[in-house]
Design a binder for this molecule. Structure first.
Ligand code: AMP
Length: 392
């Protein structure tokens, strides 16, 4: 078991908390502050226990100097200050005297946010390649390290693995909850157990299929992935998404797990994304049709399989759900699952955005905050940002 923030005496300690403030920002406005809200429990806990709290996070990608302006964490500090209802000191640096003095001058029970850790990437990708000197330097700023950034815990960066290699460490409440909830699906899930997979590419989901196919009862396939599966068994898929490198894998899986892997039988198709739509069965595609959502018969088949399942994990939207006319399959299955007494876990990334945007924020057992990280856990992989944390 990993140490958690509760395992430390935080009073009069300098506590570095790696949070995930990688929020969507447009025209200097935060479009969705969910990730900031999700970090409050850990920050408030440390402050209440009398710690000096030093927050670190990345925001976006920094490849050139001009990326810095639109990826400054200054607006996040303002929003955090409103949410915490207290001052959050923002330091526009990732190292140096100003940062060190600000930490010295901070009182216990006060909080500071350092500038975007990825500003260090301009100088030889120091943050993203876990530069040893940088991890050591950042760790010298605190006494205890708490990792609460689930969304980056599948990466080995200086601001998670680097710091934890040099300091006593634990996980925060958000990561603790992510692990606990995702385990409901990966460790002895209550059966029957269904896995819903959608999204664009089969290749991104091969690891999950391999890891879960033997422990689940059904894998329901939706999204752009469908068409590579259909093509592998001889259907004409027109101009639908095709992941040629995965054809052989799909064919093998369908041959071996014929009763488990459930494919849609119909699709909403269009000649072009913004043109008229038609409902077509799998064997009726024209050469210029693009499959963009699962059809009504498929939705009913999916509901029927899900009816008796006690655990459901879902990663990837069932259609091109960013566009209203292709969002029906995703919405109908979200609605169906939302009022059932089941363990329902929604993976991060696009699936989490769809669930939240379509109004199902509090409707499930768990909506993950990490797309890549939750996918890697479902693949049975160890996450380096969590592995490095001290054992109890
Ligand atoms: P992923 O990151 O692999 O989970 O893919 C998510 C993306 O797949 C989202 O942008 C979806 O809109 C997209 N997607 C889902 N279904 C389709 C489809 N039938 N054709 C093209 N893109 C799709």
């Amino acid at each position: 078991m990993k140490k958690t923030i509760r395992d430390f005496d935080l009073n009069n300690k300098k506590v570095i908390i790696r949070v995930d403030f990688n929020v969507p920002v447009k025209d200097n406005k935060i479009l969705d502050d969910n990730r900031i809200v999700m970090s409050l429990k850990t920050i408030n806990y440390a402050l209440d226990k009398g710690a000096k709290v030093i927050l670190m996070s990345h925001l976006g990608r920094i490849k050139e100097e001009k990326d810095k302006e639109k990826n400054s964490l200054e607006i996040v500090a303002k929003r955090l200050s409103e949410l915490l209802n207290r001052e959050v000191k923002f330091i526009n640096n990732t190292r140096g005297k100003e940062l060190e003095q600000a930490i010295n001058n901070l009182n216990f029970g006060e909080v500071l946010l350092m500038q975007n850790t990825r500003f260090e990437d301009l100088d030889g990708k120091k943050e993203s390649s876990n530069d040893l000197e940088l991890g050591k330097y950042w760790s010298s700023l605190g006494d205890i390290f708490i990792n609460d950034a689930f969304g980056t815990s599948h990466r080995s960066h200086a601001s998670n693995v680097g710091i934890a290699s040099n300091l006593e460490s634990g996980i925060g409440f958000l990561i603790e909850e992510e692990i606990e909830k995702l385990k409901l699906a990966t460790d002895n899930p209550e059966k029957p157990f269904a896995v819903i997979l959608g999204g664009a590419k089969v290749s991104d989901k091969i690891g999950v299929i391999k890891n879960l196919v033997d422990i689940c009862d059904y894998i329901l396939i939706g999204g752009g992935m469908v068409y590579t599966f259909l093509k592998s068994i001889g259907y004409n898929i027109g101009n639908s998404l095709l992941d040629s490198d995965s054809l052989e894998f799909c064919k093998e899986m369908l041959a071996k797990y014929n009763d488990k892997i459930i494919l849609p039988v119909d699709s909403i198709v269009s000649k072009e994304f913004d043109k008229d739509i038609t409902l077509k069965n799998n064997d009726c595609f024209d050469d210029d049709d693009i499959g963009l959502d699962i059809g009504q018969k498929s939705i009913e088949i999916f509901k029927n399989k899900l009816k008796d399942c006690n655990t459901v994990i879902w990663n990837g939207p069932l259609g091109y759900s960013e566009i209203e006319k292709y969002s029906n399959g995703t919405k109908e299955i979200l609605k169906y699952l939302s009022d059932k007494d089941k363990i329902v876990i929604i993976g991060g990334g696009d699936t989490a955005s769809a669930a939240i945007n379509f109004g199902y924020k509090g409707a499930f057992t768990h909506i993950s905050t990490g797309g890549g990280a939750s996918l890697e856990l479902l693949e049975g992989k160890k996450l380096p940002g969590i592995e490095i944390i001290d054992e109890k």
